[in-house]
Design a protein around this ligand. Structure first.
Ligand code: ADP
Length: 322
């Protein structure tokens, strides 16, 4: 059997635990030994490594966060920073490594693959901004959490005839914003992938009011600007007093949805299969509802996360949200 290491790196996301569980169980099922590495690449360099048994991942699928913890470790970008990690892997006889994280974590995995370590990446982030997959672990849960909050804000917006700006996460991607915008029936969605025009936004709010709309919900992706900044612009523009809600880190926590749990299980399972097939420097993903593997460097060098889909959803929302 193989000796497989597993770690989570970068920002945490709901469903990472379900992925860890799948990796551990599939590996043990196939006669491998599995080693958990705490605190991402930092813990790897420091030797925070322990053997995992099947019962170590009991009752894990429903839990948010990551039982292996996560950390940032900028030193990993340099060969000198990576060397202690490579030494630790050798010391523990670990020949393959599953890295659950974002594109920064993928770069670290690619660097290790170049050193002869069999690495497989699993996309884990709420932002849905990783190449090689249409969906990342945690995205669905984050959208559902944000939707629940927006629904509640809508109630009070209706009661007071107000305009609300709701800032959602997503780093430079508008995925969470378009999904929660459409999902909540927002009047306006503002994402980095599409230009916005203040004239149109203000005209939309006015038109809505004339047609009997009781409120306006504007879902703003954090990658465009901060909610307060946008509210200031709206005020400067036309004396609009919009209320601002920044959803923030609630979007990163909580029990994963069914979709994220299943996605995590399928990704973890596939990662171990790929290791058995001898793959190295690859990442798993879902494309057209199929689980696929892509070379990590190819994925990172490609256009990256496609913008077409967000823009398509954005345009659809514009047609149905008047
Ligand atoms: P994410 O994986 O969510 O994108 P980061 O960008 O913070 O989060 O990356 C996580 C970790 O991956 C970093 O702290 C660092 O240890 C490692 N990493 C990031 N970029 C590189 C790189 N270019 N080369 C090697 N390792 C990297």
């Amino acid at each position: 059997g193989k000796r497989i290491g597993v770690l989570t790196s970068g920002g945490d996301a709901p469903g990472m635990n379900a992925a860890i569980r799948a990796v551990v169980r599939k590996a043990i099922h196939d006669g491998d030994e599995v080693f958990g590495i705490r605190y991402g690449y930092r813990g790897l360099a420091e030797g925070d490594i322990f053997q995992m048994e099947e019962r170590d991942v009991s009752d894990l699928t429903a839990r948010g966060g990551t039982m292996l913890y996560t950390a940032r470790y900028p030193e990993f970008k340099d060969a000198e920073g990576r060397q202690p990690a490579i030494d630790q892997l050798k010391k523990h006889g670990i020949d393959s490594l599953v890295v659950i994280g974002g594109d920064g974590s993928y770069r670290g995995a690619a660097a290790l693959a170049a050193e002869g370590i069999q690495t497989v990446g699993i996309p884990g982030t709420i932002d849905n901004d990783i190449p090689g997959t249409e969906y990342t672990i945690g995205f669905d849960t984050a959208c559902n959490t944000a939707l629940e909050a927006i629904d509640k804000i809508r109630d009070t917006a209706t009661s007071h005839l107000r305009t609300f700006i709701i800032e959602v996460m997503g780093r430079n991607a508008g995925d969470i914003a378009v999904w929660t915008g459409i999902g909540s029936g927002a009047e306006q969605i503002i994402i980095p992938e599409a230009d916005f025009n203040m004239d149109e936004i203000v005209a939309n709010i006015e038109n809505g009011r004339k047609r009997g709309k009781k409120h306006s919900i504007i879902v703003l992706a954090e990658g465009v600007m901060e909610g307060h900044e946008f509210a200031d612009k709206l005020y400067e523009y036309d004396d609009y007093h919009a209320r601002v809600t920044v959803l923030g880190h609630v979007q990163r926590g909580g029990a994963p949805t069914a979709r994220d749990r299943v996605l995590a299980a399928l990704f973890g399972y596939k990662a171990v299969e790929l290791i058995h097939e001898g793959a190295a420097g690859v990442c798993v993903g879902m494309m057209g509802e199929k689980i696929v593997a892509t070379d990590i460097n190819e994925a990172l060098e490609s256009k990256g996360h496609s913008h077409d889909n967000q823009v398509k959803l954005y345009n659809i929302n514009t047609e149905i949200s008047f």
